[in-house]
Design a protein around this ligand. Structure first.
Ligand SMILES: [Zn+2]
Length: 493
């Protein structure tokens, strides 16, 4: 929520440029960003969001737009004559800033507001946007239409296709969701339920997060759902959301979560949030997603007989591990994505090994063989290539999954098991509820190991080819075939 001094300095540079522009008569509104090279127009300079309050009214037809009111509480970090929000794919009816009507226009994927009076540096602002949120308008993320309603998948850049926001994980905030839906449906969102109001034909469900959250991790599920409750380690409330008709047949999977949370806690420490659970959506998504406190899965992952049990369990662990790596500790820039996916893949592989899956070493040896090819295709782990235009999910390539778990394996080989374990625990404890960068990780690893690891990480994270694996001089990478360099992205988890 509160950005680091380094980011503030960068924002100041952008803001002073816009101040110069503001002294000229009526400059045109332009889409802005916070300087993420992979997503130049994502996020906005000049303010920190502290909280979102999002009210959604669903009328029972997931092809029709929802009515919505999004209230954003934020603090200006600079003088703001204009306020840029990220928002595309909805009709904006009206905008208030601090209670007064404000001008608004859509430019690119930004909604640019002109408040009656400029906001001074440090000033509080409450922005209220009355708008629609359209689940039918596109297929590049945001709302997902399920057999019985809606769910959400906003990673990496699609939250602003659902609600107006500062759509970058560097600006985390608290969230309240108020979802009004026909009586026969169940609504669930991130965090814990606070109140429920019954109208004549509708119910309004309110959920609130206790921890700050990135916009990309927002989740709202509306459908004919059963909410299955149980208690996890240390009294952690668990709640899974499943199609009501499939509740009994899915129980054998749902009941695994308490043991999985305990397993992760033995590895890295206390679970970071107020609740956890799985949302099993009756939809074809092609991925699972670590939406905060309520991970999204395709129901079919749990019903297709061809998947071995260890495989399904390891995908469950992947999303659970993200609650620490990616959710509680968010990326500062999208090029830090390897910290999310590398760690989630690491625990996925460790868990698979314990459950009759392939051994970690065999999996890492295979990753080593492929690593040069993955780097050629997707860039090195911490400097990934741009996603393909119009296909931003292609950022999620093999190099950020097993190609980055391989970096963690090399690190463990280099500094030893005990230092590696201490680093994992210290990382999620130190940066809980914050955004952290690759440089933060490199610095902390060096401190824990008691020596500078700058050269080691430079090679492993940024070199176009894979360095020798410590302790395995016999491991070799396959030659890069030029024919495969244009092959499609792997389907992510
Ligand atoms: Zn993942």
């Amino acid at each position: 929520m509160l950005l680091s001094p380094r980011i503030r300095a960068a924002l100041l540079a952008v803001a002073s440029a816009s101040l110069l522009a503001a002294s000229l008569p009526a400059p045109a509104a332009v889409p802005l960003g916070i300087g993420d090279p992979l997503f130049p127009h994502l996020g906005n300079p000049g303010y920190d969001v502290t909280s979102y309050d999002i009210a959604l009214t669903y009328r029972g037809d997931h092809r029709k737009p929802l009515d919505a009111i999004t209230k954003i509480d934020a603090r200006a970090t600079d003088r703001l004559d204009r306020i840029n929000l990220d928002f595309a794919r909805g009709t904006v009816h009206s905008v208030d800033v601090n209670g007064a009507p404000a001008g608004h226009e859509s430019v690119g994927e930004d909604l640019v507001l002109t408040p009656k009076t400029p906001i001074g540096p440090g000033g509080a602002m409450r922005v209220t946007v009355r708008h629609t949120s359209d689940p039918a308008a596109g297929s590049d993320g945001g709302w997902i239409r399920t057999a019985d309603g809606l769910a959400m998948a906003n990673q990496a850049d699609a939250a602003h296709r659902v609600f107006p926001c500062n759509d970058h994980p560097a600006d985390k905030a608290h969230f309240t969701f108020r979802i009004t839906a026909p009586k026969h449906l169940t609504a669930v969102a991130n965090g814990l339920a606070t109140t429920r109001h019954h109208g004549e034909r509708t119910t309004t469900w309110t959920y609130r997060t206790r921890h700050p959250m990135a916009t990309e991790l927002a989740q709202v599920s509306i459908g004919r759902s059963a909410v299955v409750r149980r208690t996890g380690p240390g009294g952690l409330p668990l709640r899974d959301v499943v199609p009501a008709k499939d509740r009994a047949s899915l129980e054998r999977w749902l009941e695994k979560t308490p043991e999985q949370v305990a397993w992760m806690e033995r590895k890295v420490g206390r679970y970071p949030f107020e609740t956890y659970g799985m949302l099993l959506a009756d939809a074809k998504t092609g991925f699972a997603l670590e939406t905060q406190t309520l991970s999204l899965f395709e129901k079919s992952l749990f019903t297709r007989p061809e998947y071995p049990e260890w495989y399904v369990e390891s995908i469950m662990i992947h999303e659970l591990a993200h609650q620490w790596f990616g959710d509680s500790v968010s990326p500062r820039r999208w090029s830090d994505l390897w910290l999310n996916e590398g760690h989630a893949s690491w625990y996925e592989a460790l868990y698979a090994e314990e459950r009759d899956g392939p051994s970690l070493q065999a999996r890492m040896r295979h990753a080593y063989q492929k690593s040069d090819e993955w780097r050629a295709r997707g860039g090195p782990p911490a400097a990934p290539k741009q996603p393909e235009p119009g296909h931003k999910i292609s950022l999620f390539r093999a190099v950020v999954y097993d190609g980055s778990a391989l970096v963690l394996y090399a690190l463990r080989q280099e500094i030893g098991q005990s230092a590696f374990d201490r680093l994992q625990r210290r990382w999620v404890r130190t940066y809980a509820d914050q955004s952290a960068s690759t440089a933060d990780f490199v610095r902390m690893a060096g401190r824990v190991a008691g020596r500078d690891l700058g050269d080691f990480f430079q090679e492993w994270l940024y070199a176009p080819t894979t360095p020798p694996m410590p302790g395995h001089p016999d491991w070799k990478t396959s030659a890069v075939s030029t024919a495969s360099s244009a092959s499609p992205a792997s389907s992510g988890v």
